[in-house]
Each structure stands twice: as C-alpha cells, then as structure tokens.
Design a binder for this molecule. Sequence first.
Ligand code: CA
Length: 230
Amino acid sequence: MNAKRILIVEDEQPIREMVNFALTDAGFEVREAADARQAQASIAERLPDLILMDWMLPGLSGIDFARRLKREELTRELPIIMLTARAEEADKVQGLENGSDDYMTKPFSPRELVARIRAVLRRGGPAAEDELLRADGLSLDLASHRVNAGATLLDMGPTEYRLLEFFMSHPERVYSRSQLLDRVWGSNVYVEERTVDVHIRRLRKVLEPHGYDALIQTVRGAGYRFSTRA
Ligand code: CA
C-alpha cells in the first residue's frame, strides 16, 4: 500500500518540524507549506490525501483557505484537519461548519494527531458516522466532540474532553500521571503532574450529577483507570 500523503500548512517552523517528524515516523509521506500560497503550489503539483491546516496563517487565514479548497472541484473531497490555538467551543464549531473535517487544539500530542489523521482518512470525508464511544449511559461523539450522559449534553472544557476521550478509548487500563500527560497533553509540553489531578477533579465534577464520576477510578500508587466495573 502506498503511503498516504499529508500536507502540513503551518507558519511556525518548530511545529511544522515536530509534526513532520511524528507523521513520517508513523509512515506518512509529508510535505510542508508555510502559508496558503506555498500550499496551493504543493497541491497543484500533487494532490495530498489530507491537509493539516493551521488556523492562524500569515496572509490568507487557514479557515479562509479551507473554505476556498472546499469550493473547488479538485479539492472538495480533500479532508482537512484544522490546528487551532483557540480553545473556545464556538471557534471550533465555526471551523467544522466552514470547511474543515476535524480540528485539534494546540498543544496536542503527536500520537493523538496520528490517531486523528487515521480516523479522518478511514471515514474518507466529512460524512462521519457512528464514531461514538460508549460506557454505560455515557457517550462521546468523536466527530462533533459532544458528550452525553443519557440525553443530557455535558458541558466541559477542552482538556476535560481530551482526557475523557482518551479514557473512553483506553478503558480498563491504569495510566500514571506522567503517561496521561504524555498521551493527553503531549510529551513536548511542560506541565506539572498535579495538573492531571486538577483536570481529573473537574472532569469528575461534570460527570458527578449523572453518577458517572465513579467511572474514573483512582488507583492508589499507580494513577487512574477508566472502568465500568466497580
Ligand atoms: Ca500560525
């Protein structure tokens, strides 16, 4: 099988290099562009299988460029994952409505990025279906990033969402605080281990009124585990 081609459009060189390294390591064929103009030239030369697009680009913004690509015949079906530094939910929703197929908030871990790229490539476009993680009555929609307790939509911060997504996709396993930092925050980010506890506490608080806080279990001397068993 041929390697899938990924185009990174990002003006910050260190991020571009970090992403390039991680994706090449994961078996993708990677091309880099620092702005929309370079990206356009690269696309004209050879169509990638997916674009990783930074939101804030000099010149034409990532979101405007994504919209433009979605209007053009040649690039209409091309999946785009938006990279954003803005955490506000509204911005993300706007991104999804305006031409991107998914988004990731910086800082992200390379492993999470690779997993997201594979998921988007697998579903082959914006028509995501049944990308739902479930545990008892708790459900997490990977496409829309909505979390429901039964019929109730839960409101949580982006870090709590990422934590929960990680837990729900890796149930019944104990993760140490440093492993969680690496997998959820990213190994290139310096955060103290007690930050994990802070976000676990916030996540439990969101889940508590619905009785799902017990799914996030403290394993003494080891870390945390997501489990539907007592
Ligand atoms: Ca940027």
